[in-house]
Write a protein that binds this ligand. Structure first.
Ligand code: ADP
Ligand code: MG
Length: 255
């Protein structure tokens, strides 16, 4: 069982998913902590996206259980056994999503893209527009509120995607290769904004990345291979004191 030191927000127990003969996930046990920034790494095809989609209630695993624990902003939920309507509500109101591309509507303006997400989560239009503007301004897009997504650079569009994800103040934000299409300077800036707008307000970020510099800035790194967790920095941190004790004993024995 891979674990975290923080209070848990999501638990996954023995989650498996296969497509025909291929096991995309072959039994994943993972506890994600509140306020954690968790990087999921691993080679292409190792199951990163499948795991993210299972955790977020986008796809249903074949076996295993995913639970969202209660917070002051959301009720306890058994993600795997919820009906589609319940999972849709969870994705709109409790979770936020930032993908490499594809969630923004290219023909709508930046502010309308963000306001739409807020309205889908139940906000009235005037409030939604006001919150959308505030988030876009916070992310440095004050001059671009009324531009269509197609008129923005890749980095600007990803900032709109962050605003879109955060306008509902999600409890957990899921990001799949959010900086995958950006140059390294823009990638660093966008990641900083993603971390500040999620863990910066005490919420959780789960980010799939193949970029070690992205992962290094997260509080925890879990690595997958062939649909299984093969390493977890949270467990390595727990082992560190044991090694320290050993070294101390060694020092004492050799005094
Ligand atoms: P990653 O994100 O680490 O690259 P994925 O989770 O996308 O990996 O995929 C894991 C495995 O499951 C791969 O072998 C992939 O081909 C397979 N897979 C994922 N989604 C599907 C699907 N919808 N249909 C068939 N096979 C899939
Ligand atoms: Mg993937």
């Amino acid at each position: 069982m891979t674990d975290t030191q923080l209070p848990a927000i999501i638990t996954s127990a023995n989650v498996t998913k296969h497509y025909n003969q291929t096991y995309a996930l072959a039994g994943v046990d993972l506890t994600i902590g509140l306020g954690e920034s968790l990087a999921i790494m691993g080679p292409s095809g190792s199951g990163k996206t499948t795991l993210l989609h299972c955790l977020a209630g986008i796809i249903r695993p074949d076996e295993g259980a995913i639970r969202l624990l209660p917070t002051d902003r959301s009720a306890r939920a058994d993600v795997t056994s919820l009906k589609e309507s319940g999972r849709t509500a969870l994705r709109r109101e409790v979770f936020g999503f930032v993908f490499q591309q594809g969630l923004l509507l290219p023909e709508l303006s930046a502010v309308d893209n963000v306001a739409l997400a807020a309205m889908l989560a139940g906000m009235k239009r005037p409030d939604a527009s006001e919150h959308a503007r505030a988030w876009l301004q916070r992310l440095g897009l004050a001059e671009h509120l009324h531009k269509r997504i197609g008129q923005l650079s890749g980095g600007q569009a990803q900032r709109v995607a962050i605003a879109r994800a955060q306008v509902t103040q999600p409890v957990v934000t899921f990001a799949d290769e959010p900086t995958g299409a950006l140059d390294s300077t823009t990638s660093t800036e966008v990641l900083s904004e993603l971390l500040a707008s999620t863990t910066g307000r005490g919420s959780t970020l789960v980010v799939v990345t193949h970029d070690e510099t992205v992962a290094a800035r997260c509080s925890r790194i879990v690595r997958l291979a062939d649909g299984r967790i093969v390493s977890d920095s949270a467990n390595q941190a727990q082992q560190a004191p044991a090694q320290f004790v050993q070294n101390t004993e060694f020092a004492q024995n050799n005094r």
